[in-house]
Design a protein around this ligand. Structure first.
Ligand code: DAH
Length: 317
């Protein structure tokens, strides 16, 4: 038996031998059953034989298993030096990236990030913002209204109102989020992201348009990574600011519109139970896709939402 075990060629063969030895009718099993009738020496011999055989089986089993494993490794090995298919690793979306930078900049300037709902009521989206009843934004042609009279917010300015109602003044906040308008053409999307800022404090602090301009100069310098930022302001009109301005920035020899803003209209403050004789400040708003387009010199705003991986990969991020 010992030689048979040593010469076994496979695990199956070894199993048969094991059964012949230690199975129900195995030779060793029979000997062990008889132990009681045997002398001490005979028992010692059988015990020795028993453990010798067990060791032999165990060693042979390990040997055969190793051989099987080596044979498997020899045929199934993976050549890690071979060229492999290029892996697609994800990248941060250009909009997400520029949004993250914007958030970092405004937080570093002391603005607190706040959010508001995308479904707004008339008060926060229009009335409290001093938007008159006849304003086109209130028309079904221009805004998405819900059956209950609520509206998909047309501007993040609504969050100014929510912030002032909830936290009062002084306040220095900014917000970002999606807005919705019935606009669909090459340069407008029905859903677009806006960023909005608001800074109100006591009149003695004299927050004014030059502060807004300085804030935007700092923002533009950090966002566009430029030391020499050239800005110009143009008069504009928004119901919720007076005076209202638009700020352009010079890139090369071209002026690009950067954002809109102005001094918060006294009516807006009154609507939030704030005394315009005691408090004043500025607000501003801009579209974040536009800003990213200017920063990365992109031509078509729709590329951001087309989800074309080839474009995303080549957009320089
Ligand atoms: N809400 C304006 C828009 O959607 C942008 C804007 C203009 C926001 C002036 C402001 C502001 O806070 O002061 O066109």
């Amino acid at each position: 038996m010992k030689n048979k075990i040593k010469n076994a060629k496979s695990l199956e063969e070894l199993q048969v031998l094991y059964a012949e030895t230690f199975g129900k009718n195995g030779t060793m099993t029979a000997k062990l059953k008889n132990m009681a009738t045997l002398s001490n020496e005979e028992r010692a011999t059988i015990n020795a034989e028993n453990s010798e055989l067990r060791t032999l089986f165990k060693d042979k089993q390990t040997e055969l298993e190793m051989a099987a494993l080596n044979a498997k490794l020899a045929t199934e090995y993976i050549d890690v030096t071979l060229d492999k298919e290029p892996q697609n690793s994800g990248t941060i979306h250009p909009l997400t990236q520029s949004l993250k930078e914007t958030v970092d900049i405004f937080e570093s300037l002391g603005y607190t990030l706040m959010t508001g709902p995308e479904i707004e009521d008339d008060w926060h989206c229009f009335t409290a913002l001093n938007v008159p009843k006849h304003h086109p934004a209130r028309d079904m042609q221009d805004s998405f209204f819900l059956e209950n009279g609520n509206v998909m917010r047309t501007q993040t300015s609504a969050v100014q109102i929510r912030a002032m109602e909830k936290f009062g003044v002084p306040i220095k906040m900014f917000t970002l989020g999606q807005c919705y308008r019935r606009e669909l053409d090459a340069t407008h999307s029905a859903m677009f992201g806006q960023i909005e800022g608001l800074y109100i404090d006591k009149v003695e602090k004299n927050i004014n348009l030059s502060d807004l301009l300085a804030t935007m100069r700092t923002f533009a310098s950090k966002f566009f990574e430029k030391d020499d930022v050239e800005l110009r302001i143009r008069p504009s009109y928004f119901p919720f600011t007076e005076p209202s301005i638009e700020i352009d920035m010079k890139f090369g020899d071209k002026w690009m519109e950067l954002l809109c803003g102005g001094m918060v209209h006294p009516n807006v403050l009154k609507n939030c139970n704030i005394d315009p004789n005691k408090y004043q400040g500025f607000a501003f708003g801009f579209g974040w896709a536009r800003l990213a387009m200017v920063k990365y010199d992109l031509k078509d705003i729709r590329a951001f939402t087309d989800s074309d991986v080839r474009w995303l990969k080549n957009s320089g991020f």
